[in-house]
Design a binder for this molecule. Structure first.
Ligand code: SF4
Length: 317
């Protein structure tokens, strides 16, 4: 169990964490919801990576997905609507030693949080961002979200959503300095685990859009995809997401995609007739803002003072 002091000279076994060490309160999502499967994958990745629970932080905004920090027994911050990313970036910039997970939804991230989404991607701080995209505001009971399909009836647009939905991945892949972009569905548990594991292993901001079931308000959206495997396109590549044995045959459509090819990634997400599943883009060399601020934090007081004096001289203040 965690809580042992490092300086204790007792002859105790090395700390080993089980799933119980990451499980928090009992989840209160609806029956059939895709969120519990995502949570389970996160718990497993934490366990398999043997993350220190006291050095792990789950951050969220508002929405069904944003209840995730309550279901982790790590540190957590259930923030304001759309503000998961600035909180997460703030934590990372001052405590680069912490492992940061962000849970957000289509309403939270792509609407009220849209400005933070774009700039957090560009800042590329080291954290794992999971967007639970169910195409609706579920917590506030079926209002049109940025990714609700056009003509789909909601409580705010009873005759059907008026506009075509936002394509979150065309936006994401258009932002400067992105470093990891993947897409997965919540109902393929082995591939979901592998995707989140790869996202967590990446150094920089890993952005994972998860097509998530909400059977209470938008059952037909995910059911259409589940019932027709031809709607999905599995991306294969030695540098991509590991596809566990037996999973490949669940997909009718496969395609080789080199995740270093940004132009091709953009083409893939522009074609809305099929949902590409796997790693769309990875750039391990993208600059990281948290590394830059970390350099600053590791300076001695004298070095900071010298830097300040240099700046004052430069601008003749
Ligand atoms: S309203 Fe939808 S997204 Fe929210 S918990 Fe229920 S099924 Fe899940």
């Amino acid at each position: 169990m965690f809580g042992l002091k490092e300086d204790w000279s007792l002859d105790v076994n090395e700390r080993y964490f089980t799933l119980d060490d990451y499980c928090g309160a009992e989840p209160r999502w609806c029956s059939g919801c895709g969120d519990p499967g995502i949570l389970t994958a996160v718990h497993k990745v934490c366990r398999d990576a043997q993350l220190l629970p006291e050095k792990t932080v789950a951050v969220s905004g508002i929405g069904c997905s944003s209840r995730l920090p309550h279901y982790m027994s790590t540190y957590g911050f259930h923030g304001l609507h759309g503000r998961a990313l600035p909180v997460a970036c703030g934590i990372k910039s001052r405590r680069p030693d912490l492992d940061i997970w962000v849970a957000t939804g289509d309403g939270d991230c792509f609407s009220i949080g849209a400005a933070h989404w774009v700039h957090a991607l560009r800042y590329n701080m080291d954290m794992t961002v999971l967007v639970f995209d169910n195409g609706i505001y579920g917590l506030t009971k079926k209002q049109t979200s940025p990714t609700t399909p056009q003509d789909f009836p909601t409580n705010t647009h009873p005759s059907g959503a008026l506009l075509p939905p936002l394509n979150p991945l065309t936006v994401t892949l258009g932002v400067t300095n992105i470093s990891f972009v993947a897409q997965i569905v919540d109902w393929n548990a082995p591939l979901l685990y592998e995707t989140i594991k790869a996202a967590h292993a990446h150094r920089g901001m890993s952005f994972v859009r998860i097509v998530q079931r909400c059977p209470i308000y938008v059952e037909s959206i995910s059911k259409d995809i589940q019932d027709d495997p031809g709607k999905l396109l599995l991306l294969n590549h030695p540098d991509g997401i590991h596809v566990p044995e037996g999973v490949e045959r669940l997909f009718e459509n496969h395609q080789e995609h080199d995740p270093s090819d940004l132009s091709r990634a953009r083409e893939l997400v522009q074609d809305t007739s099929r949902i590409p599943i796997g790693l769309l883009y990875r750039n391990p060399d993208a600059q990281r803002y948290d590394e830059m601020t970390r350099i600053g934090m590791e300076m001695t007081e004298q070095e900071k003072l010298d830097g300040l004096n240099e700046a004052l001289d430069k601008f003749a203040i």
